[in-house]
Write a protein that binds this ligand. Structure first.
Ligand SMILES: [Cu+2]
Length: 323
């Protein structure tokens, strides 16, 4: 005899339980690698004795919340100098000038800076950054422009910027090219903004995995020029920053990243835009009348597949529709 079908609410609960389990696995990974200083800060935020933990677990279950499976408190965004939520859409459009032919030249300035950042409450990471933030600025340009990136190395190691896209070998930023610069040096990358799309940029100094994992990466978005794609002009306009059609959309850039806090070649913390569990505490509010476009980039080193799976779960949970 068949079991009766579950009603809708039961199914929703089942789905929620499944999602919670997925996040719990991610949350569990963040518990590794805490040192005594981190524990002290956790205590400041009310980290708990085991008897109190039982209360919290019970309360959390009562509320159907995830409260006991995420980090406690918030990072200090003013000390960090960046906020994971603001990073969703704080495009760096550079400065646009024209050459003698009238062609647009878009100039960005990027500095390599060693900086300690807080990747979860009380957990500090000695990052190598572009412009003091991880991920680096989200560079946004328009197809066909000439790009000029003035790169200065104020860090303690040689660095470069390797842009995914199409450009000359001289501008590739890989070992053996002039774009790899020592501390105190400067290099100007120049190339055309093509092809359109969402690209990655990162340091390409060896060992590559370490230079990336230390925080040297960011998104590089080239918007399509509608005049170059007449058959898809409407779509192109919707993607071109600043157009009326583009304003009908909400656009977010999400950089999946992870941190090896004890430098054993495995990650302890996973995040989007650096701060573990940030969007669990600060859900992204969207308007249900506006479509959402997400520029998603995975910069996870060491185990890049696992966060891809969890990110899908993560996005489902953390994007909240605003009525
Ligand atoms: Cu580097």
């Amino acid at each position: 005899m068949k079991n009766p079908p579950k009603n809708l609410s039961e199914n929703l609960v089942d789905r929620r339980s499944l999602l919670t389990a997925g996040v719990a696995l991610v949350g569990g990974s963040t518990l590794a690698g805490l040192n005594s200083a981190q524990s002290a800060k956790a205590a400041e935020h009310g980290a708990v004795a085991s008897s109190d933990k039982q209360d919290i677990i019970r309360q959390s279950n009562d509320k159907k919340s995830l409260g006991n499976m995420i980090t406690v408190g918030d990072v200090d965004t003013s000390t960090n100098g960046f906020d994971a939520s603001e990073m969703l859409s704080d495009w760096d459009s550079g400065v646009v000038t024209k050459d003698e032919s009238g062609r647009a030249i878009r100039t960005f300035e990027i500095e390599a800076i060693d900086k300690e950042i807080e990747i979860a409450p009380g957990v500090f990471f000695p990052a190598w950054t572009y412009n003091g933030r991880v991920p680096g600025p989200t560079l946004r340009a328009t197809e066909g422009e000439k790009l000029r990136i003035i790169f200065k190395n104020f860090g303690s190691h040689p660095h470069s910027i390797h842009f995914h896209g199409i450009h000359s070998a001289r501008m590739d930023g890989i070992p053996g090219t002039p774009g790899v610069i020592n501390p105190g040096e400067e290099f100007i990358y120049e190339f055309n903004a093509t092809p359109f799309g969402c690209h990655l940029y990162h340091c390409h100094v060896l060992p590559l995995v370490r230079h990336m994992h230390k925080g040297m990466y960011g998104a590089f978005i080239v918007d399509p020029d509608p005049d170059l794609h007449p058959e898809f002009a409407d779509v192109a306009k919707s993607r071109l920053l600043g157009t009326p059609q583009n304003k009908q959309w909400r656009e977010f850039v999400m950089i999946m990243n992870a941190f090896d806090t004890n430098f054993d070649g495995e990650n302890e913390f996973y995040a989007i835009n650096t701060v573990a569990h940030h969007f669990m505490k600060h859900p992204i509010k969207i308007e249900k009348s506006k479509p959402v476009r997400i520029y998603l980039v995975n910069t996870t080193e060491f185990d890049p597949i696992i966060p891809s799976i969890y990110t899908v779960i993560f996005l489902i949970i953390t994007i909240m529709v605003q009525h």
